[in-house]
Write a protein that binds this ligand. Structure first.
Ligand code: SER
Length: 339
């Protein structure tokens, strides 16, 4: 008999860390995690962790021969800045990795005559505002607006959203009897702010980097100008969004891809909050015009009313709670020097 499990790819990334901890709180969940990297020891205790490559089809086949996977959280991806440095590799990991996993999930659903749930985090990077004026004018974008990404990562995410919808609705559509296939659900995340981990290779990274650098007592040069604005969300809400959408009754869902929002901040507003708590923080603005242009192409805020209406999305952390109750106390604690 195969063991039933929840599979998390990209488990050693930021969302992976928080999701493992949260899922492990329910002792009934059996977790199977995959990543190129090892997990820290405290997380590794909570899961069966496999160090391996998502693109290794033999490895994936071995995993499904040993485990009956009910839900997949497919988190593995190269983020936006890194993807611009190695675009073809980003395509390979972000698109081909997703395609292989979708196919495997579809085949397993068919084999078991039961839908495997496929949870996919997408991003505000799927949007592409053509210029700063449009960004100001169309401040809160809906899911179907401005889908003209300017990064490889954004293109990859947008296409994978479409692939997910295809595999869940039209896969093998010409077969005499269309097989049972996957239950694909997706949230588009804003920039994420975690108190316990730092992102690597993203373009919204200036937000968390500014906060963590101040707590470490290090100077920080922010790579976008003060006015640059995008939506952000505290990590516990990001995990809650994935889990709430996974739990939502299917008949309530009017779409498969949902914006989820919490608050929108300019870089200067993040700086001001940081300075209020770490008055000695040395924060300068030294824009990297290329990375800043990517941030400028992302919307200032997103309209998440579909998620609110269909499955009751409501962030627990507004901007004050996110900074004052979650980020600041925890980052301060994280970098305390032992006496
Ligand atoms: N945080 C991501 C990045 O910066 C965007 O979703 O690449």
């Amino acid at each position: 008999m195969r063991k039933r499990a929840i599979l998390i790819t990209g488990a050693s990334g930021e969302v992976g860390h928080a999701l493992i901890r949260r899922l492990a709180e329910d002792g009934n969940n059996v977790l199977l995690t995959l990543d190129l990297h090892e997990l820290p020891a405290d997380l590794a205790r909570l899961t069966t962790h496999v160090v391996g490559n998502l693109l290794d089809t033999h490895l994936l086949t071995r995993l499904v021969s040993e485990y009956e996977i009910d839900v997949i959280f497919h988190l593995a991806a190269l983020l936006s800045t890194r993807s611009e440095i190695t675009p073809e590799m980003a395509h390979e990991v972000n698109v081909e990795g997703t395609l292989g996993l979708l196919k495997l999930a579809a085949e397993q659903s068919q084999w078991r005559n039961q839908s495997i749930q496929f949870m996919f985090p997408s991003s505000i990077a799927v949007y592409g505002m053509p210029d700063r004026e449009s960004k100001q004018l169309f401040a809160r974008v809906r899911e179907f607006e401005w889908n003209q990404p300017r990064t490889m990562y954004g293109c990859n995410k947008l296409y994978c959203e479409m692939l997910g919808c295809y595999y869940s609705r039209h896969y093998r559509q010409l077969a005499a009897q269309q097989p049972v296939t996957i239950d694909f659900r997706c949230v588009r995340f804003p920039g994420l702010l975690s108190a316990f981990t730092l992102p690597s290779g993203g373009t919204s990274d200036y937000g968390p980097e500014m906060i963590h650098a101040a707590a470490r007592g290090e100077a920080y040069a922010c790579f976008v100008r003060e006015e640059a604005r995008i939506p952000f969300m505290a990590m516990p809400d990001a995990v809650a969004a994935l889990l709430d959408l996974a739990r939502a009754p299917r008949e309530k869902l009017t779409r498969q891809v949902y914006n989820v929002g919490a608050f929108s901040l300019s870089a200067a507003q993040i700086r001001d909050r940081v300075m209020a708590v770490f008055p000695d923080a040395a924060i300068r603005f030294v824009p990297d015009l290329k990375r800043e242009a990517i941030v400028d192409s992302w919307p200032a805020d997103i309209d998440d009313s579909a998620a609110r209406m269909d499955w009751g999305w409501s962030p627990q952390y507004d901007v004050n709670r996110a900074f004052d109750e979650y980020l600041f106390p925890n980052v301060r604690q994280r970098y305390v020097q032992p006496a």
